[in-house]
Design a protein around this ligand. Structure first.
Ligand SMILES: Cc1cc2nc3c(=O)[nH]c(=O)nc-3n(C[C@H](O)[C@H](O)[C@H](O)COP(=O)(O)O)c2cc1C
Length: 188
């Protein structure tokens, strides 16, 4: 089975998660391709998809959203898992008392539930380096704001990616793929 792990990452945290998922699946005997969403040339060659993107200002990165929308007909007919990278920090409840994973769910996931019916849409803690070079116009414009003490306090710096959680999620996908693989295997 050919599996595509496609990702959209601005500062590398999501890319690292996608890489760990791919590395977890490979030893299970799957042919796994790991690609940024904007470098995927052909989707029809894959049997299953894992698509991840970072969340910024409540939304999935537009490259990830664009990828899913563009290929929704293929994705709707094959097994798909989505993930989003963000929130940051270690708190499980935010300042408004909400579950941080629910609060961090990108707006687009509701749309995708109705269009491509993913088998799961996971939210993982991400990483944030306030001293990283700004990428894109919005980050350059927002850089002085990001240096304000109140913002620094609200946005904890660090790498909060939960590798055991990410690997466990990938292991769960491997188990589901195994069921699919055995149900589609040609009898001898
Ligand atoms: C300006 C800014 C806005 C962010 N907005 C959100 C958000 O709305 N929801 C969320 O869960 N995480 C948010 N984050 C955290 C990022 O999603 C997190 O740092 C992510 O892991 C970054 O992934 P990347 O390195 O692949 O770009 C934000 C981070 C920054 C710097």
């Amino acid at each position: 089975m050919r599996i595509l792990v496609a990702y959209a990452s601005r500062h590398g945290a999501t890319k690292g998660i996608a890489d760990r998922i791919a590395q977890t699946l490979k030893p299970r005997g799957y042919e796994v391709a790991l690609e940024p969403v904007d470098q995927v040339s052909d989707v029809v060659v894959y049997d299953a998809f894992i698509v991840g993107g970072a969340a910024y200002a409540g939304h999935w990165l537009k490259e990830a959203t664009g990828f899913v929308r563009k290929h929704r007909e293929v994705l709707a007919n094959r097994p798909v898992w989505l993930f989003s990278s963000g929130p940051i920090g270690t708190d499980l409840v935010d300042a408004k008392g909400r579950d941080v994973f629910e609060a961090a769910r990108p707006a687009e996931f509701a749309e995708f539930a109705g269009t491509i019916h993913p088998r799961d849409a996971a939210i993982f803690f991400g990483a944030f380096d306030p001293d990283a070079k700004p990428i894109g116009l919005m980050e350059r414009i927002g850089a002085p704001f990001m240096r304000m003490p109140s913002v620094r306090e609200a946005m904890p710096a660090g790498d909060f990616r939960d590798w055991p959680q990410i690997e466990a999620w990938a292991e769960g996908i491997a188990l589901e793929l195994e069921v699919i693989r055995s149900s589609t295997a040609t009898p001898v």
